[in-house]
Design a binder for this molecule. Structure first.
Ligand code: 76R
Length: 251
C-alpha cells in the first residue's frame, strides 16, 4: 500500500461567507437598522478581539462578485469554538437578513514534504517556525484570496497512486515557485479531508491582488498543479474592520 505523508495539524479554520439580502435590509426601519448595525459590530469585535476564548485569530473581508458579500475567517483550537462563533452570528439581526452562500471547514495543515519527508520529532509547537504556521496570526494585509482544491484521483492521473519520492519531488518544485512569492503572499494551507467537500483550502493573504493572480497562474504550469490540481470557486476580498461596517451597510 502507498504510504500517506505525515501531516501536522494546527488550528481549525472556518471560512464563513454571507450574502446580505439588501431588499430585506432596506425594508427594516431606520431604528431596526441602527440596532442591527450596532449588534453586528459588537459581535464582530467580540470575535475578532478573541473574547470568545484564549487562542486563535479572526478577520473580516468584503468580497467582490456574486458569491457573497462578507467573509469571516476564524482560526480556533477546536471545532466547538468555531461552531459557537457561527451560531452567535446566526442569532444577530444582520444574519437574519443574510444568507450563507458558502462555508468551508478545515484545519491548518503542514505536510512534511518540505522537510524532505523526514519525521518531525517532538512537539511541533516547540519549533517557533512551525508554531507560527500552525497557529497562524492572520496577517493584517488588505486582500485575501480563498479557494478549495483537490489533487486528481483520475484513471490516468492519480496523485494518490504516485510513489512518495515522486510526490516529494513535485512538492519541492511547487514550494520553490511559492517561495519566490514569499515576500508578497502569505499562504495558509488547510486540510479538509473528512471535514468538507474538498481536500484542501488555499487561503492567500497579501496587499497586491495581482500577486495572487501571478502566483496562481505560474503554479498552473507547474506539474503538481498542471497535472494533478482541481479547483473549486475562487473568492477574493478586501479587509474590512468591524468599525467600518456601519459605513459599509449604509452605502
Ligand atoms: O510548507 C512549506 O512552505 C513547504 C513547501 C510547501 C508545501 C509542502 C508549499 C509552499 N506548499 C505546500 C503544500 Mn503550497 N500552495 C498551494 C496553492 O493554485 C494552485 O495551483 C495550488 C494552490 C498555492 C497558490 C500554494 C502556494 N500547497 C501544499 C498543498 C498540500 C499538498 C499535499 O500535501 O499533497 C497544497 C494543496 C498546496 C497548494 N505553497 C508554498 C504556496 C506558496 C506561496 C508556498 C511558499 C510558502 C512560503 O514560502 O512561505
Amino acid at each position: 500500500m502507498n504510504q500517506a505523508p505525515e501531516t501536522i495539524e494546527g488550528w481549525y479554520a472556518l471560512h464563513d461567507i454571507r450574502q446580505v439580502d439588501w431588499a430585506a435590509w432596506e425594508a427594516l426601519s431606520p431604528q431596526q437598522r441602527d440596532a442591527a448595525v450596532e449588534e453586528a459590530v459588537r459581535h464582530l469585535e467580540w470575535a475578532l478581539n478573541l473574547q470568545d476564548g484564549p487562542e486563535g485569530s479572526s478577520a473580516l473581508y468584503s468580497l467582490l462578485g456574486h458569491k457573497g458579500d462578507l467573509m469571516l475567517l476564524h482560526l480556533r483550537p477546536t471545532l466547538k469554538e468555531l461552531n459557537r462563533l457561527e451560531l452567535e452570528l446566526d442569532r444577530t439581526r444582520l444574519a437574519q437578513v443574510s444568507r450563507r452562500t458558502y462555508s468551508f471547514v478545515s484545519v491548518i495543515e503542514l505536510s512534511t514534504y518540505g522537510a524532505g519527508g523526514q519525521k518531525v520529532e517532538g512537539d511541533p509547537l516547540d519549533n517557533p517556525y512551525l508554531k507560527k504556521r500552525l497557529h497562524l496570526q492572520i496577517p493584517g494585509t488588505s486582500h485575501v484570496c480563498f479557494y478549495p482544491m483537490n489533487k486528481r484521483r483520475g484513471e490516468r492521473e492519480n496523485w494518490y497512486l504516485l510513489p512518495p519520492e515522486e510526490r516529494a519531488a513535485l512538492m519541492r518544485d511547487h514550494g520553490e515557485i511559492g517561495r519566490r512569492y514569499g515576500d508578497r503572499v502569505t499562504q495558509m494551507i488547510t486540510g479538509a479531508v473528512g471535514l468538507d467537500d474538498w481536500e484542501w483550502g488555499v487561503t492567500l493573504f497579501g496587499n497586491d491582488p495581482l500577486a495572487f493572480k501571478k502566483l496562481v497562474y505560474e503554479m498552473r504550469f507547474d506539474e503538481a498543479s498542471a497535472r494533478y490540481a482541481e479547483f473549486g470557486s475562487f473568492f477574493v476580498g478586501v479587509r474590512l474592520e468591524p468599525r467600518e461596517l456601519p459605513g459599509y451597510l449604509s452605502l
